[in-house]
Design a protein around this ligand. Structure first.
Ligand SMILES: NC(=O)c1ccc[n+]([C@@H]2O[C@H](COP(=O)([O-])OP(=O)(O)OC[C@H]3O[C@@H](n4cnc5c(N)ncnc54)[C@H](O)[C@@H]3O)[C@@H](O)[C@H]2O)c1
Length: 304
């Protein structure tokens, strides 16, 4: 199922349940709240939830500082998002967006649990950046209702959403996923359910190649990033971007491409593997290819 996006009906704001309060979940929650949605932001531990809600609050404060929202609008938008550790809160949702870690079995288990809770008419979306939507959907009683809805990082700044129909997705659910993304102010492309879709496949190769260059001593991390920024007009270098995405997520994506295509060109650089094994996940853990000052938000790497 590829080709132009199906015609989208407009979707008025309703209730959104976001599963996973990490980098992407908090961003999707913020974007939806800005568009007038009431949001339940779900995670499995209070600490993760607190971190997601605090990121969201910082995003709103930033918009207020930039004059894009009044203080009152910022407060009202934050108040539309409630944190929850209770999966059953998804019961009243019009839309569920899953933004849990990039692990197939974890996502399948989560959707199995959601399937027992959400009504038949709720739209189900997964924000996976590389996993098979078809394999995630096959865990549902009705696999036709799940659609890949791939937001980009940082959600508030990035215009694109890739919509990915699984093998058995119903066209009307795909149209709803497009309408939902547009209602959040995004531009939509659709792609087949191939590993990494369009964007992640390209990004993974570029990033992995940059890590190989660092591993091989071709250039310093700064020169690799500067060369991409100035040579290709990329807003961030690939190593900075890998830190932003999360090195654990980058590695999961490469493993998915490697096994999905059975092609050695996707083999993850051993430096990336070692860094993930060492717990160096990038910005979210405070250190990746660069070190980050706690609370510095989007201010970029501290060069150490
Ligand atoms: N980071 C990116 O740049 C990016 C971009 C696009 C898409 N994605 C995709 O979005 C998804 C989330 O990525 P992220 O970067 O936000 O990850 P993250 O590690 O920042 O956040 C994941 C969150 O999910 C929570 N979680 C763990 N188990 C859970 C469960 N069973 N149910 C609900 N939540 C659970 C974790 O506690 C964590 O807070 C992944 O599928 C990833 O591939 C990531």
């Amino acid at each position: 199922m590829t080709g132009p996006s199906p015609p989208a009906q407009s979707m008025p704001p309703g209730r959104l349940f976001v599963a996973g309060a990490g980098i992407m979940g908090s961003g999707i929650a913020a974007q939806a709240a800005l568009a007038g949605w009431e949001v339940d932001l779900y995670d499995v531990q209070q600490g993760f939830l607190d971190r997601g809600l605090s990121t969201l609050k910082k995003d709103m404060d930033r918009l207020v500082r930039k004059g894009k929202l009044t203080q009152e609008e910022g407060t009202r938008t934050s108040a539309r998002v409630r944190g929850t550790l209770v999966l059953e809160s998804a019961k009243g949702a019009n839309v569920v967006m899953e933004a849990a870690p990039e692990r197939l079995e974890l996502k399948r288990e989560l959707f199995r649990a959601l399937d027992a809770v959400v009504p038949a008419q709720t739209l189900l979306g997964s924000n996976t950046s590389s996993l098979s939507i078809t394999a995630i959907a096959s865990t549902l009683r009705d696999p036709g209702r799940l659609v890949g809805v791939h937001f980009f990082n940082p959600v508030l700044a990035m215009e694109l959403v890739e919509v990915i129909p699984g093998f058995r997705a119903r066209p009307e659910e795909v149209a709803r996923a497009v309408a939902f993304s547009k209602a959040l102010g995004k531009t939509v492309t659709t792609s087949k359910d191939a590993p990494g879709f369009v964007t992640t496949r390209a990004l993974a190769v570029l990033t992995n190649e940059a890590i190989w260059m660092l591993h091989d001593g071709v250039a310093t991390r700064e020169d690799i990033d500067t060369a991409h920024k100035l040579g290709f007009h990329h807003p961030m270098g690939p190593l900075e971007l890998a830190d932003l995405v999360g090195l654990d997520t980058m590695l999961s994506v490469l493993e998915r491409l490697y096994t999905g295509f059975r092609d050695p060109k996707y083999r993850a650089c051993p430096l990336l593997v070692s860094m993930v094994e060492a717990g160096l996940y990038g910005r979210k853990s405070g250190e990746g290819f660069y070190r980050y000052t706690p609370g510095a938000g989007g201010s970029g790497p501290r060069s150490t």
